[in-house]
Design a protein around this ligand. Structure first.
Ligand code: TYD
Length: 205
């Protein structure tokens, strides 16, 4: 048995977390078994790494160390949560996966993309069946993200110029992997976004 592996991607405040939850609820009502999870985190060990990477000063880690921490967290999440659920034939919906690393660590602090790709190939080695990119104007996204005021602000503190770069990075990735990416307009009501997402996910199930 192999289940279905779906990821949500987008810049901070794009609304993807809400949408991941809405989709999982809708699929459960339709009778599917759904594991809703997130990165960084998603397993007990990876949640501990999450606190390390998302809290504290923006320069707490070098770009290289940060990449290793995100990859370590993903490996644990994959081994202990994602792969077991897929082998039970379930649907896994993850709020962020490797595309976030390609964009955030690959572009934001030096050009680490070759390291990102090498580590991914050696340590992770799989992609989602479908990736929903919730696309959003960064100024709007950042205003939403800041309004939440949590301690997990290391990346949000990078500001709007960086978020512009991250948005462009996600759109470029969607072009590089057109068979699995679906771009959704995030600047609509949550219900309208949810309908667009359901329409692109249904054929995959
Ligand atoms: P997330 O909790 O999804 O925040 P938000 O709900 O605001 O989108 O992700 C936290 C931050 O972690 C986000 O700024 C992106 C960053 N991140 C990376 O830099 N690399 C990664 O590999 C992942 C998964 C996330």
């Amino acid at each position: 048995m192999t289940g279905t592996f779906l990821s949500f991607e987008g810049i901070d405040g794009s609304g993807k977390s809400t949408q991941a939850r809405l989709l999982s609820e809708r699929l459960r009502v339709a009778g599917h078994t759904v594991v809703l999870t997130r990165e960084p985190g998603g397993s007990p060990g990876a949640e501990e790494i999450r606190a390390l990477v998302l809290q504290g000063d923006p320069d707490r880690w070098s770009a290289e160390t940060e990449l290793l921490l995100f990859t370590a967290a993903r490996r644990d999440h994959l081994e202990r949560v994602i792969e077991p659920a897929l082998s039970r034939g379930e649907i896994v919906i993850t709020d962020r996966f490797a595309d976030s690393t390609r964009v955030y660590q690959g572009l934001s602090r030096g050009d680490l993309r070759p390291h990102v790709d090498a580590l991914h190939q050696r340590m992770i080695g799989r992609e989602p069946d479908l990736t929903i990119l919730v696309d959003m104007d960064p100024a709007e996204g950042l205003a939403r993200a800041k309004a939440r005021a949590t301690e997990e602000e290391r990346f949000e503190d990078f500001g709007v110029t960086l978020q512009e770069q991250m948005r462009a990075g996600f759109l470029d990735l969607a072009k590089s992997f057109p068979e699995r990416f679906r771009i959704i307009n995030g600047a609509q009501t949550p219900d309208a976004v949810a309908e667009d997402i359901f329409a692109v996910v249904s054929p995959t199930l």
